[in-house]
Design a binder for this molecule. Structure first.
Ligand code: MN
Ligand code: MN
Length: 470
């Protein structure tokens, strides 16, 4: 079954649309490097498209009707958008879901220390990473500090070209003979992912407290860093206790390849699915079935917790929506969920000729071949997989073909090579039709991942077709 390269089919104007859409996405991932930043931007985009906060509708006792658009935010780390369809909710929704958390290094709760007149931040990595990939490169600090008075300090250091960056050191090759003999998982170990943030002791007037002698004082470099944090952000060492600060690669995503056909950037997994899912819902109108876009946190660590897909947040909001349409009952809610269709979107492994031996070529995803459907994922004999039904895949093929969406099917590597999971099975537990779909990525979970612009565009088209016709 030969599947065509999507690039070959574009007219001049469609070719331009591919690059236009990709450029908007490139800016999105350059600005949004945490789940919180993705939620904030999603809310801003939704507001511009006429979406209203569901909380306000509920508080005002307003009703929702076909065509109305609302969103609900969960703890600033997940967001769900609804566009009410013409059919009763009981008949089911068409749901696009993706995750907006990405692998990174989280700063520990008690992170700051001085060693040999260097100041470092202790981290705990988040998600599955090859730790040796995260050293010796420019990194940025993104996140929030929650103060005792209830105020939130937003922090972004390392993105503006005038900002300093931070980073993690690597051992010089000249002294690395013992390190180079270690196996990959031990070359750099988790407890050694310490971020260097300063090397200068308190100097000059006004920087240090007047009764101290800066020169011989213990932890003078740390004191200087704390002074800077106090002055610039109004935070103290104790405030790290209630902070969520993430260390991520610094700088914008870039066009990749001399032909500019790809994008290299941090966090394609899974913002490359989240962004077109969001855009698709914002750009469609006149839906028959209620359209939903779910952007969740915590997928990379098992979809756990209040802001992960396993949380009751989605079911609660669906109940609220149903109530606002004046047609709520527990039984109708259960029917609405069971009658729904979902594209659970996450990245797939792009076939890579450098590592061809982990893939089985007939069932691999290729750059430029469009949106990917994975009937099942899982590992060691489909374990942990949501295996979508043949009937559902049959309907989706028809929708994609009629909308001229280039798509391909794939598995994550050879049968015994490994595997992975997504949020698909969680919604499938509600007895709805769910299939894994998404976009192929090279370097998955590395600091810089790569995607194809044609695949991004085809997937965006596929999501719109799904919302309108599934
Ligand atoms: Mn993912
Ligand atoms: Mn992942």
């Amino acid at each position: 079954m030969e599947r065509k390269n999507a690039w070959k089919k574009y007219s001049k104007s469609e070719f331009e649309q591919v690059f236009e859409f990709s450029e908007k996405y490139r800016r999105f991932i350059s600005d949004c490097k945490t789940e919180r930043e993705c939620v904030d931007e999603a809310v801003a985009m939704a507001s511009r498209a006429g979406y209203k906060p569901l909380n306000n509708i509920i508080a005002a006792g307003e009703k929702l009707k076909a065509g109305d658009k609302v969103y609900a935010v969960n703890m600033n780390k997940a967001v769900i958008l609804f566009q009410i369809g013409k059919k009763p909710l009981e008949e089911g929704m068409n749901i696009l879901g993706a995750h907006i958390d990405s692998p990174r290094l989280d700063i520990k709760q008690n992170p700051l220390y001085e060693d040999s007149e260097l100041v470092l931040l202790d981290t705990h990595y988040y998600g599955g990473i090859k730790k040796y990939q995260w050293v010796a490169m420019p990194m940025a600090i993104h996140g929030v500090v929650a103060l005792k008075d209830g105020s939130i300090v937003n922090i972004v250091i390392g993105e503006d070209i005038a900002d300093p960056v931070v980073g993690i050191s690597d051992l010089l090759i000249h002294l690395a003979s013992a390190q180079m003999d270690k196996k990959g998982s031990k070359v750099v170990e988790g407890e050694d992912l310490n971020v260097l943030v300063g090397s200068m002791p308190c100097v000059g007037d006004g920087e240090c407290e007047s009764d101290e002698k800066p020169d011989d004082e213990k932890d003078s470099v740390k004191k200087n860093i704390l002074n800077i944090l106090k002055e610039k952000y109004g935070i103290e060492e104790e405030d790290f206790l209630s902070a969520e600060l993430e260390i991520v690669p610094a700088g914008p995503a870039r066009d990749y390849g001399i032909d500019r056909s790809m994008i290299m950037g941090y966090g394609h997994d899974d913002r490359v699915c989240a962004y077109p899912s969001l855009e698709a819902l914002l750009q469609v109108e006149g839906l028959e079935r209620t359209g939903v876009c779910i952007l969740v946190d915590k997928e990379e660590i098992g979809s756990v917790g209040a802001t992960g897909m396993q949380s009751r947040f989605f079911e609660n909001m669906a109940a609220e929506i149903m109530n606002c349409t004046g047609d709520y009952s527990e039984l109708k809610l259960r029917r609405a969920l069971a009658n729904s269709n979902m594209l659970s979107s996450d990245v797939s492994a792009a076939f890579d000729p450098n590592y061809a031996n982990v893939s089985e070529k007939k069932n691999s995803a290729f750059f430029g071949h469009g949106m990917v459907f994975n009937k099942y994922t899982g590992a060691r004999g489909k374990s942990g997989s949501n295996d979508a039904s043949a009937e559902y895949m049959g309907r989706l093929r028809k929708i994609m073909d009629e909308a001229d969406v280039s798509f391909q099917t794939s598995e994550l590597g050879k049968v015994d090579a490994g595997g992975g999971g997504t949020i698909a099975y969680i919604l499938a537990n509600l007895d709805m039709n769910v299939i894994d779909s998404g976009i192929a990525v090279q370097n998955m979970h590395a600091p810089y991942e790569v995607i194809s612009k044609a695949d991004l565009y085809e997937t965006f088209k596929g999501y719109k077709a799904f919302l309108l016709h599934a």
